[in-house]
Ligand binder design. Structure first.
Ligand code: ATP
Length: 301
């Protein structure tokens, strides 16, 4: 059974069509990125999956049930974009309360609270109230709340937006560490982050599911992404375009090149590149197999 099944899902707000005929299936175990420009419909899709709103058309099933149904209690959790903690209760009191609402008794709820705070490395703030926390800490507490009861599916809407690098890294590590038992669907504008965390990408644009791609697809075997520190861009592109194993080379942004090649033994190409850099006195920063997620989504190849 699919973890999530969406069939021809549409959602309108009055005359505004926010989602149009969205269909996809997701299996448990693949971390999924939900990407798209502002207003593309990501939050609407999240709200539908959580059961906060109902589709105008189509069918959604999560583990075979309608979103929001009782059978999914404790199996699906979400971190909404604008999640707020209750300012009047200590972190421990509110996490215990949420655990009790999921069916934990008081004693087990306290243990569960300690467990999830430990996951986000915030046990020391259990007795604090939300106003004493930084934005990053509050976000981590909200993620801890979403992990109560070890749900099978967790939806994270922009979990690292506005966070400093240390807090964003802590959240990425948490997602990575929990991915063996929980499937995460993550909405974010940070493509680098999604590329590191996710196996699959759903790309929404103007309410339409434009692309559904696997990050670890075997196309990666025919591309190299090269970032140079210092080089003569024109000379580099001219030289490489004459190499027989290079099908194409393009530069999407300053000093970054995507090389499409036609050989299976790419190590030869890598060696040739290093020889070229050394002979020209050029320095490179990274040479990476495959293409960046940004290039896959926006290059029309
Ligand atoms: N409650 C609502 N009433 C009317 N229109 C809405 C409502 N919620 C969303 N919309 C509209 O539906 C479209 C999709 O909005 P949504 O918030 O789902 O996009 P999003 O991809 O999450 O955007 P962002 O990246 O900016 O958060 C937008 O045009 C938005 O203005």
């Amino acid at each position: 059974m699919s973890l999530i099944s969406c069939h021809n899902v549409g959602k309108s707000y009055g005359h505004k069509r926010a989602l149009d005929q969205v269909s996809f299936e997701l299996e448990a175990g693949q971390a999924v990125a939900l990407v798209g420009p502002n207003g593309a419909g990501k939050t609407t899709l999240f709200s539908l999956l959580c059961g906060y709103i109902c589709p105008s058309q189509g069918e959604i099933h999560i583990l075979g049930h309608h979103p929001g149904s009782k059978a999914l209690l404790g199996k699906v959790a979400a971190l909404p974009q604008d999640a707020r903690l209750d300012p009047n209760l200590t972190i421990e009191s509110q996490l215990v309360l949420f655990a009790q609402l999921q069916g934990f008794n008081k004693q087990a709820a306290l243990v569960e609270c300690e467990r999830v705070l430990n996951l986000v490395d915030l046990n020391e703030i259990a007795k604090h109230k939300p106003l004493a926390l930084s934005h990053g800490m509050s976000k981590r507490v909200s993620i801890a709340q979403a992990l109560i009861g070890s749900p099978q599916l967790v939806l994270l809407d922009e979990p690292t937006a506005g966070l400093d690098p240390a807090n964003a890294k802590a959240i990425r590590e948490l997602v990575r560490n929990q991915s063996h038992q929980t499937t995460f669907v993550i909405s974010s504008h940070n493509l680098d982050e999604l590329e590191k965390l996710c196996d699959k990408v759903l790309y929404l644009d103007k309410g339409i599911l434009n692309q559904s791609i696997s990050i670890k697809d075997n196309q990666a075997a025919h591309y190299l992404t090269l970032t140079m520190q210092e080089c003569d861009t024109e000379a580099l592109m001219t030289q490489l375009s004459h190499w027989p194993q290079v099908n194409s080379i393009k530069s999407n942004q300053h000093n970054e090149f995507v090389i499409r090649y036609n050989l299976m033994q790419d190590f030869e190409l890598e060696n040739q590149l290093f020889k070229l850099f050394s002979s020209q006195g050029w320095t490179y920063r990274t040479l990476q197999r495959g293409r960046t997620l940004e290039d896959k989504l926006f290059s029309n190849e």
